[in-house]
Design a protein around this ligand. Structure first.
Ligand code: HEM
Length: 408
């Protein structure tokens, strides 16, 4: 089903997340607007709920009767294969107490001390990337720039050796792509294989770090995850591997989308670009605005464990709910002139990092990466320009650019 350029009430009521077409993948925002206006608590033909208003999405994230556990819901999609093991073992798709145990263990990786140690690492990587694109002159801002930083950072955190780093983007793409509403069989098979291959690589790294605990380079957190204990319990090998894979997925594609979208938004809004170049201190609110306008994770999910009241309807116990962060982030009840970019927007209570118990653990790290990668880019390249058509990689849940040709 393709969504028309300006959908209205009829199109909103007929919306089917399982039948979205290319036009929606290219630009879902007109449909999100129509849903917010005409069907804010929309029921898809498969009986699942799709929420687009800010207050409802926030309520969904914060309500205590909302489960993240996907052991039942992922069974028909993934069977019993590696993708099932991966997604149902990662903390994000679990409830407490398991979720809380893993979250506490990972917390050290995102402590202020760890982030302070990572900041100069990020600055060094960004300077090197800037030198490289300056030398190229003409390049793809997604593959040659945006994707490189988070890949390096997470590879450093997990201690992945140089020789294997080029594989990580492909793994993450396949594992996250399998979460989309529509997944062709070949892609599903490749997703299963990606979990197996990356899992085997991580198992080797974990084994090595167990034998040589003190050898981690700067920024590495693997030893803390291997040896850390909560209430006398360590993570099992399977839990370790799957949550390390999750760290790559969680922090890599999303951060790259933020940087790619940030640069594209500035190229398309030259007044805002000049504003930022004239006042580099605006980089903090600018990054919040890029996150609001183009949420890297557009849609989250929960299951109601009891009847829950939302703004205009009660959703029954057992219902599967899609929480549309991207729709909420453009709700005119909360944001003035929401379809347009204002890099100085204040206040900007965007919710691209989610909310509640599962709020993104990497939100400060992601913000630091965004500020340095985008801020340094526009400072260094006063004459940056677009050199071809940008294209999206065509996924509904994790929305990002596949390519953004640029010249500096
Ligand atoms: C712009 C970048 C990022 C965005 C937009 C983003 C977005 C999100 C969102 C929306 C969630 C909540 C999922 C849910 O409640 O179902 C989440 C969870 C998470 N994110 Fe991020 N993320 C980003 C960067 C990162 C980075 C850099 C890391 C780490 C390297 C990271 C690690 C995590 C973890 C561990 C969770 C799971 C938290 C839990 O379940 O308790 N994220 N992220």
């Amino acid at each position: 089903m393709d969504s028309p350029a300006n959908p209205g009430a009829d199109e909103a009521r007929a919306f089917d997340l399982n039948a979205i077409g290319d036009e929606f993948l290219e630009n879902p925002f007109p449909m999100y607007r129509a849903l917010r206006e005409h069907a804010p608590i929309h029921i898809n033909p498969d009986g699942t709920y799709f929420l687009t208003r800010y207050d409802d999405v926030m309520a969904g994230y914060r309500h205590r009767a909302m489960s993240s556990d996907k052991k039942v819901d992922f069974k028909p999609k993934f069977g019993g294969g590696p993708l099932y093991t991966h997604h149902t073992t990662s903390l994000v798709f679990n409830d407490d107490p398991y979720h809380k145990r893993v979250r506490k263990l990972l917390a050290g990786a995102f402590s202020p001390r760890q982030l302070a140690a990572l900041t100069p690492v990020i600055e060094d990587i960004v300077e090197k990337m800037l030198d490289d694109v300056a030398e190229m002159g003409s390049f793809d801002a997604v593959t040659d720039y945006a994707l490189r930083l988070p890949t390096e950072i997470i590879a450093d955190m997990l201690g992945v050796p140089e020789a294997h780093r080029h594989l990580m983007h492909g793994y993450s793409n396949l594992i996250l792509g399998a979460l989309d509403p529509i997944v062709p069989p070949a892609k599903m098979a490749a997703g299963h294989q990606a979990v197996e291959e990356f899992g085997a690589l991580l198992a080797d790294l974990i084994d090595h770090r167990r034998k040589h605990p003190g050898e981690g380079e700067r920024g590495e957190v693997l030893a803390a995850l291997i040896f850390g204990e909560i209430d006398g319990e360590k993570l099992s090998d399977e839990e370790l591997v799957q949550n390390c894979i999750f760290l790559l997925n969680a922090g890599h594609e999303t951060t790259a989308s933020m940087v790619g979208h940030g640069l594209a938004t500035l190229l398309e809004n030259p007044v805002e670009l000049r504003r930022l170049q004239g006042d580099p201190g605006l980089i903090e609110p600018a990054v919040e605005e890029f996150l609001r306008l183009q949420s890297p994770l557009q849609i989250g999910h929960r299951k109601a464990t009891e009847d829950v009241e939302f703004s205009s309807a009660t959703i029954p116990a057992g219902a599967f709910i899609h929480l549309c962060i991207a729709g909420a982030n453009r709700d005119p009840e909360v944001f003035d002139d929401p379809e347009n970019v204002d890099i100085g927007r204040d206040p900007n209570p965007q919710i691209s990092f989610g909310a509640g118990q599962h709020v993104c653990m990497g939100n400060t790290l992601g913000r630091i990466e965004g500020r340095i990668a985008i801020g340094r880019f526009v400072e260094r390249f006063a004459k940056m320009r677009q050199a071809g058509e940008k294209r999206y990689h065509g996924r509904a849940k994790f929305r990002g650019l596949k390519t953004l040709p640029m010249e500096v």
